[in-house]
Structures are given as structure tokens and as C-alpha cells.
Design a protein around this ligand. Structure first.
Ligand code: T5A
Length: 218
């Protein structure tokens, strides 16, 4: 059976994951790979509905544990309908956020017990684990500033500049997140590479490409 490679991008708000996911996909295509670009929460019709519920803040009433369950329900759908079939076809999958986001957001920063998060992720992910996780690291203030500038640009085009459910959390939450992602990287050095996301877009893209070449020989 053909088997592609599974790459995830992780990090705090406005770290540049979406930008880098797109650049990496373009580069992998130029060397001849089929690439599926996807994101979490989302990636399927049902997953996108759950995304709306979570990012609008409507699911906040169910608490951090309830939100963790919803993120993992969307993930279960996404892995089964999109990620696993793509890998089986031999495509490379680039996913903007995955299971580490639940560990960092709902676990490290949100206070849901790690054993519960691990159990939920085990059910949703099964054996479909990332071959490589790129953790884009930068001080939370810098990422939030970027996200805010992006939202202001969006306001000019569609009138909506509101921070989403998690962008609006207090500074402490964002610091715990950064710490949570760095701990994930330290615990799984074979899978994770920390990328300094403060550099210019092109420099971050080069560092990411170096990591992909070194770890996965595309
Ligand atoms: N979540 C998600 C959980 O709580 N638990 C989970 O299990 C999962 C899966 C998803 C939210 O859900 C939470 C995390 C999130 O809060 P989202 O809209 O997908 O929501 O949010 P993010 O993933 O955080 O995406 P963002 O769009 O906010 O940030 P990105 O993708 O990291 O950044 P990007 O590429 O959009 O860039 C942001 C801005 O910065 C500029 C870009 O042009 C853009 O304007 N930029 C740079 N500027 C300067 N230098 C660079 N190097 C730059 N790179 C990008």
C-alpha cells in the first residue's frame, strides 16, 4: 500500500502556520508530490460546522472539557474522511494544527487533565500520527499583533475584525500555550522541530524546508 507523509504545523496565535502550510505545499508540489492541504478544526463538512461552533465562542458554555471533546470529534471525522485516505493514496498531507493543539490549548493552557486529552486523541487519531510536526515559536505578543493586523485587514473587506474565541484569551493563557508547545517538542524530539517564527516569511520557509529535507527526504 502506498503511504504518503503526514506533516502538521503547530504553535500559538498568528505564528504564521497558514502562510507556511501554503508555501510548503507549493514547494512539495514542485518536487512532484501530490499534496493535500487541510486544517483543524475543520477539513470536512461536519468538522467545519464544529469549527464555527468553537471559534464563535458558542461552545464555551460546555467548558474546556466540552470543547476538547468537540475538537476531537471533528478530528475523528477529519482523520477518517480526509487524512487517512490521502496518505493511503500516497499523497503528502499538510495539516494546519492537529492533536498537539488540543494538548496545548485545552490541556496545558486550559487545565483539562492530560490523561483525558491523551485518551480523546488516541480515539480520534489512532495510528495516523504525524511523521513531522513543525512548531512555530514566537512570543505571544508578536503573534497576537500579527493576528490583530490580519483581522483589521479583513475588517476592511468584510466588516468583521473580531478576535476569535482563543485570540481573545488573557496573556497568561497565551504564555501557558507557548510553554505547552515547547514541552511537547522536548518530549518528542524525533517527531517535532521547533522553528523560530519571528523571522521574515521567507526565512521561516527556508528553515521549514531544511527540516522537511532532513527528516523526510521529499
Ligand atoms: N484550537 C485548535 C484549539 O484550541 N484546540 C485544538 O485542538 C485545535 C485544533 C483555530 C483556533 O482553534 C484553537 C486554536 C485556534 O485558536 P484558526 O483561525 O485556525 O483558529 O487560528 P490559528 O490556527 O491560530 O490561525 P491564525 O490564522 O490566527 O494564525 P496562523 O495561521 O499561525 O498565521 P497566518 O499565517 O494566518 O499569519 C497571520 C498574519 O501574520 C502574517 C500573515 O500575513 C498574516 O497576516 N505573517 C507574518 N508577518 C510577519 N512575519 C512573518 N514571518 C509572518 N508570517 C505570517
Amino acid at each position: 500500500m502506498a503511504s504518503g507523509k503526514f506533516i502538521t504545523l503547530e504553535g500559538g496565535e498568528g505564528a504564521g502556520k497558514s502562510t507556511q502550510a501554503r508555501l510548503l505545499a507549493e514547494r512539495l508540489r514542485t518536487v512532484g508530490h501530490g499534496v493535500v492541504e487541510t486544517r483543524e478544526p475543520g477539513g470536512t463538512k461536519r468538522g467545519e460546522k464544529i469549527r464555527d461552533l468553537l471559534l464563535s465562542g458558542d461552545a464555551k458554555q460546555y467548558g474546556q472539557m466540552g470543547e476538547a471533546v468537540l475538537f476531537c470529534a471533528a478530528r475523528d471525522d477529519h482523520v477518517r474522511d480526509v487524512i487517512r485516505p490521502a496518505l493511503e493514496r500516497g499523497d503528502w498531507v499538510i495539516c494546519d494544527r492537529f492533536s498537539d493543539s488540543t494538548v496545548a490549548y485545552q490541556g496545558a493552557a486550559g487545565g483539562v487533565r492530560p490523561t483525558l486529552i491523551r485518551a480523546l486523541n488516541r480515539v480520534a487519531v489512532g495510528n495516523t500520527r504525524p511523521d513531522l510536526t513543525l512548531i512555530l515559536d514566537l512570543p505571544p505578543e508578536a503573534g497576537l499583533k500579527r493576528a490583530q493586523a490580519r483581522n483589521e485587514g479583513k475588517a476592511k473587506s468584510d466588516g468583521d475584525d473580531e478576535a476569535d474565541r482563543f485570540e481573545g484569551m488573557e496573556q497568561r493563557f497565551h504564555e501557558a500555550l507557548r510553554d505547552g508547545f515547547l514541552k511537547i517538542a522536548a518530549k518528542a524530539p524525533d517527531r517535532c522541530v521547533v522553528i523560530d517564527a519571528q523571522q521574515a516569511e521567507s526565512a521561516v520557509a527556508e528553515r521549514i524546508w531544511d527540516a522537511v529535507v532532513e527528516r523526510l527526504n521529499p
